[in-house]
Design a protein around this ligand. Structure first.
Ligand code: PTJ
Length: 252
């Protein structure tokens, strides 16, 4: 890894970028994942590389939804595995969710690599890597249609971080609730999800872990209220409003 001075104004962002490049070199991340991260970085730059109050509210609703779920699943792609392996394992543990490797650019070799990477970071069980349990969701028009019978196929709530595609609509049509983390509040996934946390996954996951510790002490009535009171369209509108105010401020 190249040396990044802590005095550099974008030190944290550069370190995150380095982690992704490492992930690319070790075969966890596809080249397209680097481009996807660049799109995310652009939005992060505009929002000020900080977690907003809107993201905090969304994270709480997301965690409430995961804690209320009977069969919650966290879907892991190459970028998530490279950026937040430890955190995603910990969050799954805190909310009682299963971890499933599910890729847009499907490859058995990368699935296995990502699965092993998560096991190395403390996961006890990984779905999505065993052909015996593989099935298809026909409504999804990409490699992401390949899911695990014990995981996404059977889930009632699915966390799908970092994607812009048709999967969320398809999962919702099947009666599942969808939570996402996406720096772009205009992406198809951000718009279609039940809860969208507009924040960098490297900040959102630790934030969700803190929420999970707090909310796991709440009763189900309070959790239900937190989940149902959340309005994703309103929250996204607040985020796009914040982005346009920030753009006006930066351009002055
Ligand atoms: O490993 P695979 O094969 O499943 O592929 C993973 C990528 C990310 C390449 C794939 O899911 C993809 O192509 O994603 P998209 O359609 O480019 O969407 C990624 C979304 O995540 C975009 O809306 C980005 O703005 C957003 N994003 C990128 N990096 C981050 C992010 N959001 C939060 N935190 C980030 N670090």
């Amino acid at each position: 890894m190249s040396k990044i001075s802590s005095k550099h104004p974008r030190a944290e962002s550069l370190r995150t970028r380095e982690r992704l490049v490492e992930g690319f070199r070790s075969g966890l991340v596809v080249a397209e994942g680097l481009a996807a991260h660049g799109r995310g970085e652009a939005f992060d730059y505009i929002i000020g590389e900080k977690t907003t109050k809107h993201a905090k509210r969304a994270a709480e609703a997301a965690v409430a939804m995961l804690l209320l779920a009977k069969r919650p699943v966290i879907s892991v792609n190459g970028n998530v595995a490279a950026l937040v392996p430890k955190e995603v394992v910990k969050l799954a543990d805190l909310v009682g969710a299963k971890l499933e490797v599910n890729l847009f650019h499907g490859s058995v070799g990368r699935e296995t690599k990502i699965g092993k990477h998560l096991l190395k970071h403390g996961a006890k069980e990984i779905f999505g890597t065993d052909r015996e349990f593989s099935t298809k969701i026909d409504e999804i028009h990409s490699d992401r249609r390949k899911v695990d019978k014990r995981g996404i196929a059977a889930a009632d709530v699915v966390l799908v971080p970092l994607e812009d595609g048709d999967r969320t609509e398809a999962l919702k049509k099947l009666g599942k609730k969808v939570v996402t983390i996406d720096l772009n509040p205009m992406s198809r996934t951000a718009r279609a999800a039940n809860v969208t946390i507009v924040d960098n996954v490297v900040r959102a996951l630790p934030l969700m872990m803190v929420s999970a510790k707090k909310l796991s002490r709440w009763d189900r009535t309070k959790l239900r209220k937190t989940a149902t009171d959340f309005d994703n369209a309103k929250n996204l509108e607040a985020m796009t409003g914040l982005i346009s105010r920030r753009l006006r401020k930066i351009s002055r």
